[in-house]
Design a protein. Structure first.
Length: 158
């Protein structure tokens, strides 16, 4: 399964449009504007209902986000202090995340080392654009939250 994340450039908050592999819009992602830390909502494009939520934990040394799907907390993702490649501690299903040297591509693997998702940033685009290659469609929404968390953490860092 593939998802395409396109960030809206002229927006006060984190706002993204999410498309499937046929370029059909499936989710709309909107952040809250005047909050401490990121608070990001994911809405099903067809129904307008909120299906997932992402919130940044305050008072943590490195960016840390709590992931919720359907109102149920699924775990968290926290940026780790590394020097060569960006890494995140992922408290979800035993998965782990490692980025490349430039911090544009990331791989999520399960505890056995099998690929869960590959995130690649498309360069030379207006606004951040990411392609998610997800192994299991059932993990799509959770993988979307992980990718948005990484983008938000990189925004904090930069």
């Amino acid at each position: 399964m593939k998802l395409l994340i396109k960030q809206r450039v002229f927006s006060w908050a984190d706002t993204y449009d999410i498309f499937d592999e046929n370029m059909e819009p499936i989710y709309e992602v909107r952040g809250e504007v005047f909050t401490f830390g990121h608070r990001i909502h994911v809405y099903d494009k067809a129904t307008g209902m909120e299906v997932a939520f992402l919130r940044e934990k305050l008072l943590s040394f490195l960016a840390c986000f709590v992931l919720e799907v359907g109102g149920v907390e699924q775990g968290s993702i926290q940026r780790q202090l590394t020097f060569l490649r960006p890494e995140y501690r992922l408290d979800v299903n035993g998965w782990s995340v490692t980025g490349d040297f430039m911090g544009w591509d990331y791989d999520v693997v399960d505890a056995s080392g099998r690929p869960v998702m590959h995130i690649s940033k498309e360069l030379f685009r207006w606004g951040d654009t990411y392609v998610l290659d997800i192994a299991e469609p059932k993990d799509g929404l959770l993988c979307l939250l992980i990718a948005i968390s990484i983008d938000a953490a990189n925004c904090n860092r930069g």
